[in-house]
Design a protein around this ligand. Sequence first.
Ligand SMILES: [Zn+2]
Ligand SMILES: [Zn+2]
Length: 422
Amino acid sequence: MFQAPRGTADHLPEEQKYWRYIESKAMEVAARFGFGRIDTPAFEDSNLFIRSVGEGTDIVEKEMYTFEDRGGDSVTLRPEGTAPVCRAYLEHGMHNLPQPVRMYYFCPVFRYERPQAGRFRQHHQFGVEVLGDADPSVDAEVIEVAWDLMTSLGLKNINLLINSVGDPQCRPAYVEKLRDYYSGHRAILCPDCTTRLERNPLRLLDCKVETCHALGNDAPRSADNLCEECNNHWDKLRQYLDSMELPYQIDHRMVRGLDYYTRTVFEVQPVDGGGQSTICGGGRYDGLITELGGRETPGIGFATGIERLTLNLKSGEVPVPDEPSPRYLVANVGDNARIAALELSVRLRRAGVGAILSSGARGLRGQMRQANALNIPYALILGDDEIEKGEVVVRDMESSVQESKPLEKFIEEASKSHAKGD
Ligand SMILES: [Zn+2]
Ligand SMILES: [Zn+2]
């Protein structure tokens, strides 16, 4: 027997109500903020991600699904959603549109990760990107979108964390300060951090190993080491967030895993989960478009994992509406009734009314159980008597009250009430 590949999951019908719920809330929020949807291919030229995500990152070095296609080109399954959107912005000349351009996406994302709870090799993301405006009010707006989505979903006990990681003007000096600081403690760093110390000292700050983590408390803070422009941006951002009454906290350790972030970074985390269970994360990436060969274009966005959101909705016991069931189960007893029931279900469906034919072989009681199991509110019962009289029995499954109605009149009423949206 085949099984789904390691680190992947089937999303069965009973799981779908969470997905529909998240999608509909996300689309509602995106529309309210004036975002347009974009869909990009599942795979791209490998260099797009090497250039944008950055050589030396875990994603590029260990986690990408990269392969040569039959024509000899190196392609990579999308490991994140931002670079493809930026590629599309450039390819379609979107800098000619009124700026900023606001886009959102839903897409599968592929990373060869060590399988563990809540981590998948194929998972799904909702994300937004705003391109073409560097003003801190845009940062505040994108953070508001993230917070609005989380609260619209009904998630509670979550924190909104922000930080500024500076830009190419001020970051190199800060990184050197960090390197100096951690070099003084080299003996107690974990093996990963010893490597990071040379290649990417920023990542030392969010190491989860206890000794490294403790060192982070006294490490130099990026927000204290910003150049004047970055510092102005950071001040204004907090001023805007205050005036919007968004309940943010500053987290000096948060640097995010991708090289392309500049200035603002932010995350939403469960209060008792910490950084390993981040629900939503994003930041500004003003250098990314030039890295991809375009003219200087600022950008900011965030992404959130649908699987992770689903876990949080379940653990937070957030009530999620059930997927709609058909309104009627057409039950039938006897051979004649089977054809009549088939016809009745067809006529209802053609009038736009949800109806399914029950399996008549189970007897009436079995068919009623079927209606309950499928959450169908009404059963329609047809037997020889009803056919002879041109009637149908309508049974309310919740109250068990049933009444006979003339068949034609019933169909007419059911179609009408459907058209009215009842
Ligand atoms: Zn470490
Ligand atoms: Zn700066």
